[in-house]
Design a protein around this ligand. Structure first.
Ligand code: OOG
Ligand code: NI
Length: 270
C-alpha cells in the first residue's frame, strides 16, 4: 500500500511494531480485554546525526503532517541528542526521535556507520514512509559486535534500522488502574519482564512524569547468511503524566528517566 497520510503511517508503524514484537500486542490485548481505551502517548525512533538520516530528516513526514518541534534533550553519557514533536490534534501521539552523535565516537565506529549509510539510496528519505522502512544496509556479526562494545544504541540501530522503537500506553487513560505500581504488577503477573534499571518506575509525580517499560523481546537475527543471534528488539512503555501548575498535563520528557528507558533494548547488563 502506498503510504501518504499520517494515519496510514501511524497504522503501518503499529503493524510493523507488533509483528516484530508480539509481546507488545499481548500486553495491549490484556488492556483491551479489560475494556480499556489504550491511548498511545508517544512513538520513539532512533537514528544517527548524519545529515542524510538525522532527527530533522526522520521528522519530515511528521512536520509535513502538522507536528511542531516541542522539546529537545541531551544524553551526555550515551552521546545522544533528541527532540520531541507534538500535534495540534492532541489525539495524535507525540513523536520522540533521538540521534547518535557520530563525532563523539572513534574512527572505527564511524567507518562502520559510514559504510552502512553509504547504502542508503539518495532521496530515500523523500519517501513518506522512510521512518518505517527498516534497515537499508547490510551489517556483519563482526560489525555488530564492534558497535556493541562502543554503543548499545548504535548496535541496535545497525540491526533494526528505521521503525518504531516503542509505543507507549498512556496510563492516565486506564480506568481500572490508577497508579504505576499496580500497572507494573499487572504486566509482571502476566509473565512479562520490566526494565529494572534505576528501579521499575522512572521519574516521579514531582517531575510530572512516571514511566516504566518492558525489557525488549529477543528476536533471531541472521548475520552473514549463517550466524543467528538473539537480539533484543523493541519494548512497550507505560507513562503516567501529571498536571503542571496551569492544570494541563505535562507533555515533555525527563532526560534522567529517558536515559534509563533507552536501556530496555540493552544486550548487556548495565
Ligand atoms: C527512547 C528512550 C526514551 C522516553 O519516553 O523517555 C523514551 C529510546 O529507547 O529510543 O522513550
Ligand atoms: Ni518513550
Amino acid at each position: 500500500m502506498n503510504i501518504s497520510t499520517l494515519d496510514q503511517l501511524l497504522d503501518k508503524l503499529w503493524s510493523d511494531y507488533i509483528t516484530l514484537n508480539p509481546h507488545a500486542l499481548e500486553i495491549h490485548n490484556i488492556f483491551v480485554e479489560r475494556d480499556e481505551d489504550v491511548i498511545n502517548d508517544h512513538i520513539a525512533f532512533r537514528t544517527f546525526n548524519h545529515p542524510s538520516v538525522c532527527v530533522d530528516v526522520l521528522a519530515k513526514p511528521f512536520l509535513a503532517s502538522g507536528y511542531v518541534e516541542s522539546g529537545n534533550y541531551d544524553f551526555p553519557s550515551k552521546k545522544l541528542n533528541a527532540k520531541h514533536f507534538e500535534h495540534p490534534d492532541k489525539t495524535k501521539p507525540k513523536i520522540f526521535i533521538s540521534e547518535l552523535r557520530l563525532e563523539d565516537f572513534d574512527a572505527e565506529l564511524n567507518e562502520i556507520v559510514n559504510r552502512m549509510l553509504s547504502q542508503v539510496p539518495e532521496n530515500a528519505s523523500d519517501n513518506f514512509a522512510f521512518c518505517v522502512s527498516g534497515r537499508p544496509w547490510t551489517v556483519t556479526l563482526d560489525e555488530y559486535e564492534k558497535l556493541l562494545e562502543k554503543s548499545e544504541y548504535a548496535a541496535w540501530l545497525s540491526v533494526f534500522g528505521f521503525r518504531a522503537n516503542h509505543f507507549t500506553v498512556l496510563a492516565n487513560e486506564l480506568n481500572s488502574l490508577d497508579n504505576m505500581t499496580d500497572l507494573n504488577a499487572l504486566v509482571r503477573e502476566n509473565g512479562f519482564l520490566l526494565n529494572e534499571s534505576g528501579g521499575a518506575i522512572k521519574g516521579s509525580k514531582d517531575q510530572m512524569l512516571e514511566q516504566s517499560s518492558t525489557l525488549a523481546g529477543k528476536v533471531d537475527v541472521t548475520f552473514d547468511c549463517e550466524n543467528t543471534k538473539k537480539i533484543p528488539a523493541c519494548y512497550y512503555e507505560f507513562a503516567m503524566r501529571y498536571p503542571k501548575k496551569d492544570g494541563e498535563l505535562f507533555q515533555g520528557f525527563i532526560a534522567k528517566s529517558a536515559d534509563k528507558i533507552f536501556e530496555s533494548t540493552n544486550q548487556r547488563k548495565s
